[in-house]
Design a protein around this ligand. Sequence first.
Ligand SMILES: *[C@@H]1O[C@H](CO)[C@@H](O)[C@H](O)[C@H]1NC(C)=O
Ligand SMILES: *[C@@H]1O[C@H](CO)[C@@H](O)[C@H](O)[C@H]1NC(C)=O
Ligand SMILES: *[C@@H]1O[C@H](CO)[C@@H](O)[C@H](O)[C@H]1NC(C)=O
Ligand SMILES: *[C@@H]1O[C@H](CO)[C@@H](O)[C@H](O)[C@H]1NC(C)=O
Ligand SMILES: *[C@@H]1O[C@H](CO)[C@@H](O)[C@H](O)[C@H]1NC(C)=O
Length: 516
Amino acid sequence: MTFLSFEERLKRRLCVGMNIHFVFILFYFFEFMATTLYRFTDAEGLVHLFENKHDKNLSSYLEVGDIHGCLHLNGIPSGRPSPIAITKSLLDFDHLVCDFDETITEHDTTSSFDTLANEIRPVHYADPQLSWSEILQAYLEDLDKVAVGDLCHLNASMSTSTPSSSSTSLNMDGQQQQQQQQQQQQQQPHRLLDPHIRELKCHVDGRTFTPEPETVVPKIPSLQPWIHSQMRKRAVEKVSLDRVYESGNLVGLTRAQIRAYGREKIRLRPGVVQFMKLFIEEQDRKERALKQELGDEGVPTVDSHGCRKRRGELWIVSVNWSQDLIRGAMDQIFGSEEATERYLPDSQLICSNLMFSYEDHQELQKRRREKGDNSGSEGTADVTTNNTNNTETKSQDQGRSGDEIADVDVADKRSKQDDAAEEEAYLSNGQVKVNCLTGTDKLRAFRKIQEEYASKYGLAPVETKWAYLGDSSTDLGCLVEADVGIIIGNSKSLLVECERSGVQVIDVHVKKPKIK
Ligand SMILES: *[C@@H]1O[C@H](CO)[C@@H](O)[C@H](O)[C@H]1NC(C)=O
Ligand SMILES: *[C@@H]1O[C@H](CO)[C@@H](O)[C@H](O)[C@H]1NC(C)=O
Ligand SMILES: *[C@@H]1O[C@H](CO)[C@@H](O)[C@H](O)[C@H]1NC(C)=O
Ligand SMILES: *[C@@H]1O[C@H](CO)[C@@H](O)[C@H](O)[C@H]1NC(C)=O
Ligand SMILES: *[C@@H]1O[C@H](CO)[C@@H](O)[C@H](O)[C@H]1NC(C)=O
């Protein structure tokens, strides 16, 4: 019976009639195996895991704490798994995809850009029309205002699926409940799958937005409510961005300034920093070993499973607005801009980004000159960088006071052209190029990464294993999608979302004092 219903579901999902049993086995495997996440409230635990993975005594460093949600039929055997038992599945990955805010960083203060902008915005620059806290307030009010039902395209699917009430009780009757859900689905197909949806426009307070560029089909059906919540958030997020643009809060920053801020002011989680270092060191080792094996650039080696071996890569997928801020933070980990470029090339950093444009550059330069005539513009850019000689010259200029005017002029002439050339490309115009707003965007990005990687190297999807490291409910889709999903920190909302979606979470703690 159960088999039949699964098959039915599969056929509908995959639109295939071929070798259904084979697909079924895969499906079954993914459906259950991948829905266990591990949670390290303390990122140091990850380091122990990595460093002591061959140590039979791992239990003296780590212990398994609470297990949230149901125990799966064929996943972890019932009872408490030992750290050694979970190590194998936890470290079974080639590539690492990470969230940024609060996963790699210690805090997410949404006011970070405000602080940054205030610090480095030229003093003579127009003050923002809306303060950051006003924007934040408006955002929160919007969030209250927008009911999921308001998102017109969600109407149909919301009325049928109410798994929030039932999925938490998916204990003994896992299969029964699956059937129940499936019946619901039969009665009313998910409108989310309708391609017309993406053409819809919705409105919040007269502002128009397109809810989703395209709809995401979740890996496990119980993730549907999460998808809805992310779409709702996405809508409000878009409206809120308009306010940020209007406020002019982000105008006039340079890329170098932002990067320096990331390098100097953003505090990272020491455990994650160490974990990432260990990861890239291991990949370097792997690469060296491969080189030796191959002589020089030979054909890729094929391991005993017929998989082509190569080094594992690092990606960051974030809803942050600035890639330069993230690069700056990563400079802290890798040690230099060159190393950051090597370990995290631009193509492996997926997030939104401030836009930098020429017109605003002219405007800014004009105002800077006007202002510069009657006062020294101190505080324009306290943050100096080693990026180029230009920026250093600039910040020297700014530090000079009236009695050094002659010098300034000389310096000005010398560097003006270079300055102009640099800033032309690098001054923010106050807008954000949106790549990633919420969890559904992240999920889409994560899938794209996997697909592109597989096609680039001609690999079948099963030939690579992906770990995802995240902290918040925007990460749930990716965490579930990954082969290994690791939660950092103790976000309550993420845990609630996991329980609501029937996703099991196993806590792993560092054993406090003991040996080391
Ligand atoms: C493993 O732990 C046991 C008891 O805790 C200890 O006697 C033994 O020396 C440890 N082995 C290693 C390799 O640390
Ligand atoms: C970007 O990252 C910083 C550092 O984690 C954080 O404080 C800030 O709130 C983030 N900005 C956005 C828009 O996510
Ligand atoms: C959404 O649902 C509400 C009430 O359930 C209804 O009034 C509204 O017309 C629906 N909107 C669309 C676009 O279906
Ligand atoms: C700038 O470079 C010098 C040496 O090249 C180094 O000592 C210094 O720490 C660097 N400063 C920053 C802020 O990176
Ligand atoms: C700075 O200028 C010196 C000489 O003018 C040059 O050798 C050096 O490469 C420059 N450094 C950067 C980072 O552009």
